[in-house]
Design a binder for this molecule. Structure first.
Ligand code: FER
Length: 296
């Protein structure tokens, strides 16, 4: 009798743990294919005055299907890589298709997505030597442009929620480094961070987060990288530091290299996790403990 009670309890606990594993780790076939019979969101170009750069700067903005000006939405700032600009995600990652499809399945909290140009300089096009010192530095200067120019503009012109719990930042490669640098550096401004395949612009962990316990205020720290990506050490050292300091986070190592196949998958999963209650106990289902991962 007693044995069967113990067995029953153990069995139901297995069920709880099993259900916590119901994270989709790979987007299903067709997730990025346009569907005609569903409602679609809208992509617009905007321009905002930047005191930081001294120019009018461009960004794209995606408003969700059924967008209603009388409601207020959380905002995701989604950042591009070293070879891109405000159109990189749109052209290569089709976030509007991925998110439209997720909305049609009821899998997202309605949000506005802003696609900025993260190279904060007068000529912010990805032309010439994209690795030039001033161009790389412009990715760091973007922190000021984002906080002091773009976010205030979005909050003035669009119906958005303005507290940190309704503001997320994510990005790929240089944009992943920006996400970690700006996200950890401004925990009072962002509660959700998603760093995809972060680049060498990522600050060293102790500089990034001198007071690691502060990171517990974040709702979600997502760090991901393709298993064949040479930039893996920048994600791994960040995750190692968080783990050493017992900061709950997702470290998701996925099949793939440094490309949009990986980043589209990241957006597909990350977008479903934000602006919702989070179950941090389920994070370990994503995490391959980084001791098991070889440095490249
Ligand atoms: C570098 C290698 C890669 C680097 C930046 C990158 C600034 C960025 C790649 C990307 O954004 O895709 O040495 O230095």
């Amino acid at each position: 009798m007693r044995n069967s009670i113990v067995f029953a309890i153990a069995f139901s606990l297995t069920g709880i743990f099993a259900s916590a594993q119901n994270f989709e780790k790979q987007a299903p076939v067709g997730f990025d294919q346009i569907k005609q019979n569903i409602p679609h969101g809208k992509i617009d170009s905007i321009q905002y005055p930047s005191k930081t750069v001294g120019t009018l700067r461009k960004a794209l903005i995606y408003t969700p299907p059924g967008f209603n000006k009388n409601k207020k939405y959380p905002v995701l700032y989604l950042l591009h890589g070293i070879g891109g600009d405000e159109k990189e995600w749109y052209k290569n990652g089709t976030p509007q298709i991925i998110l439209d499809n997720l909305y049609s399945e009821g899998k997202l909290t309605p949000m506005i997505v802003v696609l900025p140009n993260g190279r904060a300089m007068k000529d912010d096009r990805a032309t010439g030597n994209i690795m030039a010192k001033d161009k790389v530095e412009a990715f760091a200067i973007f922190e000021k442009d984002l906080l002091n120019d773009l976010i205030p503009f979005i909050e003035k012109e669009f119906p958005v929620k303005k507290d940190r719990e309704n503001r997320a930042i994510a990005g790929l490669s240089m944009g992943g480094g920006q996400t970690l640098n700006f996200g950890f550096g401004n925990i009072d401004k962002f509660a959700w961070i998603g760093a995809f395949s972060s680049a060498p612009n990522t600050k060293e962990p102790q500089v990034l987060l001198p007071n690691p316990q502060k990171a517990k205020e974040l709702k979600l720290i997502w760090i991901s990288c393709g298993d064949a990506d040479g930039l893996m050490p920048f994600s791994k050292r960040t995750s190692d530091y968080l783990r050493q300091n017992k900061i709950p986070h997702i470290f998701y190592i996925e099949p793939g290299g440094h490309d949009f196949k990986v980043w589209k998958n990241d957006l597909y999963i990350f977008s479903q996790l934000i602006f919702k209650p989070v179950d941090q106990t389920a994070f370990s289902n994503f995490t391959v403990f980084s001791n098991d991962v070889k440095d490249n």
